[in-house]
Design a protein around this ligand. Structure first.
Ligand code: NAD
Length: 549
């Protein structure tokens, strides 16, 4: 049964109510240009993490439906790859306009399903929108190369051609940005696409697909399927899929990388992180504290580029005291509330995991400077100017750890900003990605020692230094083993004319997301050697390997 996209009637651009048939509404598949209700008998609830309200129900797309989506993509490929690049670019030009038009609706959907604040959700959409803008210049990005007269009368040129059907598997934490890292680049290169959004927050993907179709993307060029492990394995195994873009955890990412590569597919796999910030004594204190609090606790720490560990060089106490003060002033609330600095974490299970890792840190000797595990309500005495008194640390924590729930959101998965210090590299809370609003503090005697700590960590997504010394910054930039380096910049996520360049355990593959590398990922090179000259007759047959003449 094909229906127009009305699933997210609350948010959707289309007013017709699919949800009238089901309450809560069911998330449709998108197959061959039609939003179709799945025939699956198995559904997963999509839950608002601030309220536990069931926002919608997501089907585990059946194998038959999955095959139909891949087949639709395969059928759409020949004519789409032959569609002029200028036409493909114009679809993106229109899409970026439509995303701007609907950015508030997209943000509201993200906040409802994912929990982040509305302002942060707007940023989520905007960082994806920039990739769409970049795809508008695909003709230039996809250009081949040409060398005339490589031999007498012979020219060689290379073409960057699309691969065919590509697929994307998304995480929950950026429901708009990450799908937009994937399909706009892939389809503007001439590929067709099968997208699997996160089962936790599929709404933004559906809305973006609606917009892409409104922008003129032909039927079958973008398809959407849903599910978890089985759908992912089907993507890895399907012989018609040529390349997979994955963003998510290491367990899933390495599984996908191994399984899909074994089937001969290209894979780019962006995975987990433990991003460090090194703070030198000469850093600008106010700006650095603001950066640490924002990058540690923003999005409730659920960013792969969150700064989750700070290494203070030299005396750390005054820094830590002030950091606690800033963290305590942050407002924990539902993302839809105007005063919220950070919202809930994605699920009850995520909250339990984060609390367990905090507890394990304490049990292995870390000192808890700020405990957000039970915080759910801002204590009235805590204002942005409140003073943190080290001696009265636990009492102040108690203030914050008010047992009451966030008013109106008593069932939300809230965790307040939490700070652990005296953390060492052998602790579980350090080795594991926490992915919550938890900042770990470590100490080092010198920049060399701090760099060693960072480089020993298995992950290599991002690292930042805070200093006013150019020489120290240059040393850091040269010696640090991380793919994305910030110098007085806490979350150095590159804009789309560069690429997202995580390294070490944070990335598997060799062509990164978006930018030139992204275009290279979604294209293969064909090299043509042509000869146009009047050939001399009667020179005979030579069986020797041709060489340049
Ligand atoms: P996740 O790995 O649990 O899920 C990601 C996707 O993989 C989902 O679509 C899910 O259905 C699927 N999946 C999950 N487990 C699977 C398995 N065992 N086999 C097959 N498929 C599986 O990740 P998440 O919790 O949604 O996202 C958070 C993670 O993503 C964090 O580790 C974060 O660092 C990482 N992340 C990385 C980047 C980056 O660019 N490096 C960006 C965003 C998020």
């Amino acid at each position: 049964k094909a229906v127009r996209p009305q699933i997210f009637a609350k948010f959707s651009t289309d007013a017709k109510l699919y949800s009238k048939q089901h309450n809560p509404p069911r998330v449709p598949n998108l197959i061959g240009g039609a939003f179709i209700e799945s025939r699956s008998s198995e559904y997963i609830d999509v839950i608002n993490p601030a309220t536990q309200e069931v926002v919608s129900q997501l089907p585990l797309t059946t194998n038959e439906e999955f095959k139909a989506a891949v087949s639709a993509a395969k059928q759409a490929f020949p004519s789409w790859r032959n569609t002029p690049i200028t036409t493909r670019q114009r679809v993106m030009l229109k899409l970026q306009e439509l995303i701007r038009r609907d950015i508030d609706k997209l943000a509201m959907n993200i906040t409802t399903e994912q929990g982040k604040t509305l302002k942060d959700a707007q940023g989520d959409v905007f960082r994806g929108l920039e990739v769409v803008e970049h795809a508008c210049g695909m003709a230039t990005l996809q250009m081949g190369e040409y060398v005339p007269n490589v031999s007498n009368g012979i020219d060689t040129y290379s073409l960057r051609e699309p691969l065919g059907v590509c697929a994307g598997i998304c995480p929950f934490n950026f429901p708009a940005m990450i799908p937009l890292w994937m399909f706009p680049v892939a389809v503007t290169c001439g590929n067709t696409f099968v997208l699997k959004p996160s089962e936790k927050d599929p709404g933004a993907s559906i809305m973006l697909a609606e917009l892409a179709m409104e922008a003129g993307l032909p039927d079958g060029v973008l398809n959407i399927v849903h599910g978890t492990h089985d759908t992912v394995n089907a993507i890895c195994d399907d012989a018609n899929i040529r390349a997979i873009s994955f963003v998510g955890s290491n367990v899933a990412g390495m599984h996908i990388y191994a399984r899909a590569s074994a089937k001969g597919k290209r894979v780019q796999s962006n995975m987990g992180a433990k991003n460090h910030g090194i703070v030198l004594p000469d850093a600008n204190m106010d700006a650095t504290l603001n950066a640490l609090a924002a990058a540690g606790f923003g999005a409730a720490g659920q960013r792969c580029m969150a700064l989750s560990t700070v290494v203070f060089v030299g005396d750390s106490k005054s820094w830590e005291d002030k950091l606690v003060e800033r963290a305590k002033a942050l407002k924990v609330n539902a993302g839809t509330e105007a005063d919220a600095d950070l919202g809930p974490v994605i699920s009850k299970q995520a909250k339990e995991r984060i609390c367990r890792l905090i507890q394990s840190g304490i049990e292995s000797g870390a000192r808890l400077l700020l405990d957000g595990r039970n915080i759910v309500k801002q204590a009235p005495s805590l204002t942005r100017n409140s003073k943190w008194n080290q001696q009265a640390g636990m009492a102040a924590n108690k203030d914050l750890m008010d047992d009451k729930q966030v008013p109106g959101y008593e069932h939300g998965n809230f965790i307040g900003p939490t700070i652990l210090t005296d953390v060492t590299a052998d602790m579980e809370c350090y080795k594991e990605e926490i992915f919550g609003p938890v900042l770990l503090c470590m100490q080092a005697d010198s920049l060399e020692e701090a760099i060693k700590i960072v480089n020993k960590n298995q992950y290599g997504n991002g690292a930042a230094i805070f200093t006013s010394s150019g020489a120290a910054a240059r040393k850091f930039q040269t010696e640090i083993e991380a793919g994305q380096v910030g110098i007085n910049v806490p979350i150095p996520v590159p804009l789309p004319f560069f690429s997202f360049t995580g390294s070490k355990a944070s990335f598997a593959g060799d062509l990164n997301f978006y930018g030139k590398a992204g275009v290279n990922f979604y294209t293969q090179i064909k090299t043509v050697t042509q000869q146009w000259r009047d050939l001399p007759g009667g020179s005979g047959v030579s069986l020797a390997m041709p060489t340049s003449q």
